[in-house]
Design a protein around this ligand. Structure first.
Ligand code: KG4
Ligand code: ZN
Length: 348
């Protein structure tokens, strides 16, 4: 007897991408759209929260209509409506969550308030049916840099976090120093391809440390000094920055792996997972340690709504729904029991 796949509508609006998707529990992405706000924020060199919230409010309703039409479905076909409820820029999160609440109420469909980080954490399972729990996740995005042991849906143990900047943030700030504009990560990766990764001596903060955590602020400052010295080509600075960042990632992962037995499957997710050199380095690390490695397709790495709908699909069998008065949360750690990292600012 075959059971009919269940369908979840996903909404993402926590940063500068407005996204809507319909995903079935058999891992079919029935329809999805992502509207980037790059043009709106580019003149300011970064995301302006108020502009982001307004853009989400303008784009979301028409996108919902067009995604439903593309899939040939109505809300009556959906088993749940899943929206990002945090962490993120609160104005944008509220636009998405309130829209989801209104749709849920009007159509009498259950609501799910999804943690954006849980969306990233489970996204590799949307693309790869063979990926089972537990796995070791490197979550690298614009707002976070964490190593997590993913034991199951809703069961995340944070092993490491950044004590200052997130990795995506370090890419973006370094790109800005090099005059590459916004968004910086992909532009820096392109420039790095033309440079020599050994040309500029840059620090690897916390590499070799007995603490588990990451730090990128000193690396970014060193990029600024290298640029201001006028002694290096921009492409060499970009390539050397990217190599230093990758060395930090692999060093911290080695530190975590030395304390886990048996070796877990290694997974990377989040916007920086779209970086080809990062993927290649992690693949190398996994193969040296005889571990499996999974990186989701590029489109699932950067912010999207398919991962939010998929997190909803994962929660359906657990019956984890939320009430219509659930609050949007600007901060929302995946592992609430994790101790703050020493010296960490608000991002821990
Ligand atoms: O996951 P994401 O789309 O949004 C957040 O939840 O933060 O991640 C965005 C971050 C940005 O900092 C962006 O510069 C970075 O991911 N990023 C990249 C690349 N593509 C996106 N960083 C390095 N190389 C890339 N190819
Ligand atoms: Zn994200």
């Amino acid at each position: 007897m075959s059971t009919k796949p269940r369908i979840v509508l996903g909404i993402e609006s926590s940063c500068d991408e407005t996204a809507v998707a319909l995903v079935a529990s058999d891992r079919t992405i029935l329809a999805q759209q992502v509207a980037s706000q790059v043009a709106e924020h580019a003149p300011y060199g970064g995301v302006v929260p108020e502009i982001a919230a307004r853009a989400h409010a303008e784009k979301l309703a028409p996108m919902l209509g067009s995604v439903m039409r593309e899939a040939g479905l109505t809300l009556a076909d959906c088993d749940a409506i899943a929206a990002t409820a945090g962490p993120g820029l609160i104005g944008g999160v509220m636009v998405g969550l309130v829209t989801a609440k209104a749709l849920a109420m009007a159509s009498d469909t259950p609501l799910m308030a999804i943690n954006h980080l849980e969306g990233h954490a489970l996204s590799p399972r949307l693309a790869d049916p063979a990926l089972e729990f537990p796995y070791l996740l490197l979550l690298v995005s614009g707002g976070h840099c964490q190593i997590l042991l993913v034991e199951g849906v809703g069961d995340y143990r944070r092993l490491a976090t950044t004590i200052d900047d997130a990795l995506g943030e370090a890419f973006d700030k370094s790109a800005k120093i090099l005059g590459l504009g916004y968004p910086g990560g992909p532009a820096l990766e392109r420039l790095a391809k033309q440079g020599d990764p050994q040309a500029v001596p840059l620090p690897r903060p916390l590499a070799g440390s007995s603490e588990p955590h990451f730090s990128f602020a000193g690396l970014k400052s060193a990029v600024l000094r290298a640029k201001e010295s006028g002694r290096h080509a921009d492409a060499d600075i970009a390539a050397s920055f990217q190599q230093a960042a990758i060395d930090c990632l692999t060093d911290r992962l080695e530190h975590a792996l030395d304390r886990i037995d048996p070796p877990p499957h290694l997974v990377v997710a989040g916007g920086v997972a779209a970086n080809q050199s990062v993927r290649t380095a992690l693949e190398g690390l996994a193969s040296r340690r005889a571990m499996g490695f999974t990186a989701p397709p590029m489109a699932l790495c950067t912010d999207n709504a398919a991962m939010i709908a998929w997190a909803g699909c994962e929660r359906l069998p657990l019956g984890q729904f939320d009430r219509l008065d659930v609050a949007a949360r600007p901060r929302w750690p995946l592992d609430p029991a994790a101790e703050p990292a020493r010296g960490a600012g608000v991002k821990a």
